[in-house]
Ligand binder design. Structure first.
Ligand code: COA
Length: 260
């Protein structure tokens, strides 16, 4: 964390999926920087854990239980947030889901579920918050967590790659449509990231991890701490003129070629 302690004083930041991984890191960092941080996801225990971490670090946080596929619940939650806090400054669409498997073995419901969570969830959250900002002319910030698998195909995660490509397009569209109201919309595209969740579900074979890491110019996967400061930059005054940008944070992974 590289910013001064009261950077987000009086700001309210809503992070979907903030119970684990990158979302939890961002939540704790925003809390340390003076924001009231709201984390919102399906499972209560991790959310409570994040709020405790925020408070231990001297910050202020709260949580909501929500499934971002449920538009009625989203609307109810966003309404309550605006009632309780009077305003919301930053929305971070971080919640996501995926599983590994070839497209040929993917059930229609498996496909639909990941698209629903990642792409439709990002749209529903942005829409619920954005329409309130547009109604009052509030220059809010939206930051979407995309990924580099939006480019060049996403073998063994067709649904995830398609959802992230959709998120990129949605980011650019909303940046244009809502720019006139002063709202900025950006996406961050991490390459492979190591979190306790991804270590358990995706990076289970140490040999494969080593091989992948050896191809990354900076020599390792990203960590949540590599992503969080960029989100804070985009949410801060310093990022006021950045919109519609798809920003890659991958240690140069996208530049690797099999020949080197
Ligand atoms: N392999 C194959 N299919 C899978 C699967 C897996 N590992 N996990 C889920 N699915 C399929 C289910 O079989 C189901 O399809 P079906 O009805 O045809 O059988 C469909 O996906 C929905 O699964 P369900 O478990 O009911 O949905 P959910 O909303 O509880 O789960 C997922 C969400 C699909 C994202 C699940 O993989 C998950 O919970 N992942 C862990 C969280 C995560 O992905 N975090 C990543 C952060 S980047």
């Amino acid at each position: 964390m590289v910013f001064h302690d009261d950077l987000f004083a009086d700001k309210v930041v809503l992070i979907t999926g903030g119970g684990t991984g990158i979302g939890r890191q961002m939540a704790v960092d925003f809390g340390r920087l003076g924001a009231h941080v709201i984390v919102a996801a399906r499972r209560e225990e991790p959310l409570r854990g994040t709020v405790e971490l925020i408070e231990e670090a001297g910050g202020e946080g709260s949580f909501y239980l929500v499934d971002i596929r449920d538009e009625e619940r989203i609307d109810e939650m966003v309404e309550e947030i605006f009632d309780v806090h009077d305003h919301l400054d930053v929305l971070i669409n971080n919640a996501g889901g995926n599983f590994v498997g070839p497209a040929s073995a993917m059930s229609p419901n498996g496909w639909r579920t990941v698209i629903d969570i990642n792409l439709n969830g990002t749209f529903l959250m942005s829409s619920a918050v954005g329409k309130r900002w547009l109604a009052t002319g509030f220059p809010g910030r939206i930051i979407n967590m995309s990924a580099t698998n939006a480019h060049n195909g996403s073998p063994l995660m067709a649904h995830s790659g398609a959802s992230k490509a959709g998120i990129n397009s949605l980011t650019e569209t909303l940046a244009v449509e809502w720019g006139g109201a002063g709202i900025t919309v950006n996406a961050i595209l991490p390459g492979p990231v190591r979190t306790e969740g991804s270590d358990e579900r995706l990076w289970t074979d140490e040999k494969t991890v080593k091989k992948l890491e050896s191809r990354i110019p900076l020599g390792r996967f990203a960590r949540p701490e590599d992503i969080s400061p960029l989100v804070q930059f985009l949410a801060s005054e310093a990022g006021a003129f950045v919109t519609g940008s798809l920003i890659v944070v991958d240690g140069g992974d996208r530049l690797r070629t099999p020949d080197f």
